[in-house]
Design a protein around this ligand. Sequence first.
Ligand code: GLC
Length: 574
Amino acid sequence: MTTPEHHWWANALVYQVYVRSFADANGDGVGDLEGLRQRLDHLDSLGVDAIWLNPCYPSPQHDHGYDVANYFDIHDEYGNLDTFDAFLADARAHGMKVLMDLVPNHCSSDHAWFRAALAAAPGSAERARFYFRDGTMSDCGSDPHGNPPNNWMAAFGGSAWNRVGGTDPQWYLATFTPHQPDFDHTNDDVQAMFAEVFEFWFDRGVEGFRVDAIAPVGKHPDLPDQPPVPEGTGMLQITWENEYTVFRPEGHDVWRRFRSTIDAYQQRHPGRDLMMVAEAYMNGRPELLADFVNDEQFHQAFAFDLMLSPWVESELEKAIGDTLDILRRGFVPTWTLNNHDVQRVVTRLGREAAADPSSATTNALEVDTSAVTLDIGLRRARALISLAMAMPGSLYLYQGEELGLPEVLDIPDDRRQDPVFHRTHGARIGRDGCRVPIPWTSDPTSAFGFSKVGPGEHAPDPWLPQPSWWGDLAITAVDGDDTSTLELYRAVIAARREHATPQGMHGAVIDLGPGLVAVRRADLVAIVNVTNAPIALDLSDPHLEIAMPVFASEPTEMHTPGVIPPNSTIWMLS
Ligand code: GLC
């Protein structure tokens, strides 16, 4: 069994930057790497250990970078390799490591290999890098290739197969959108290219990768029809029920190859400490997670359990217990409450349905639409991050959560960008609402400080519109205000360093009574009151004996010792 505790990532705080929406240095309404470089002080003031960049490779942006046209360069709206190098050097000077995002399941339909494949004949070496298959007889019998090769559905709506066109008998497989053709990882060229991708970015100083959408990588070689799904399965959930393309044994071969590329590089560069973290929704399946996180595959895998849990005592306890389970196997949990694919936690936990156990979901795109009370959502979000910060393992933050930003729900349809919205013809709202450019200042003429503009100039409308009230949540508006969420983040991050990280890799859910969710680390107990009323702790409980409060998510409401305000968290140290 390994002891991963000594790795930099074991207790790391990683800040996710959605480059397009973080900071725009050239005033074109789209974020860029120079904007990020100029704002590193903000990340410094939070005290993060590393930055994960969403994909910033050249891309036609049909899925905002998750459609990569070239894995060895930088998207021109974001800069170029020189701006990337300058950003990375500055991040390092601030003591922060940089993780990139690797997209192995598919590339962009603009990738040179895919264009070559379309131009080449069926059966060619060019097509063998992807999944091209002949179509089947059309329903009316008039076209021998008029129906797709099988019944697989795309994760963002519609069929997973797309006809090449003209007289070509073939179709190609694209698990997400037609702009994202799936690679066949049994192909030698594909394997060689991904090995080169690792080397290329490691040589530039990147310390690891978040690996995108690992679930559909590797398919059953015969591509059989998907069996019928249970009635009531959400339209975007159908793909994830497909046993012939989700969590396949063939995928593990890919991860083992990736890991040996990383390990070989590491051996040649002993001073480096490289890693990869898997993105896959394996909620409530700790045994599955363990299949991917081990010495031959991923160093870490996101645990999305806590992120998608309803605000219900038993559900939260299960989510935490399942996530902590990985400690028993000698690996470290990887917590997160937000990312660029899910509704922001403030909105999620402010929904009427949040306290309903049946609102549990594993698919963040099947979004709940019940009414939202933001005050409650914000309190719960503050409580939940205060719990997550007390945990063993690493924690990934998503830009803007430190400001308590809610999801922007009222983006006009004609400004929506997410293919999820368009591919489902508006039936699913999609993910734009968590990607709205960050408010840095209260000044609307600079898109609230997002875009850099000269004196007297007016910034263009950013790529996604910001609400008029966005400036009230800006960094400059809340900086130094002790009641702000920004100051809560700074305080809880400091508390984590002082009281939580020194507790070592231990953690277990304990029972302190109804309405309370509690986790014990060696000498530290973090307790959340998940109800809407104050709860007095039983201070004679053996877990709380001689314990002193050292942190509270709502410090101004801590009037009576041992009483936890509603929807809030405290830490007790003995
Ligand atoms: C992952 C990404 C998401 C993207 C999808 C397809 O889930 O996080 O943003 O759309 O994969 O690459």
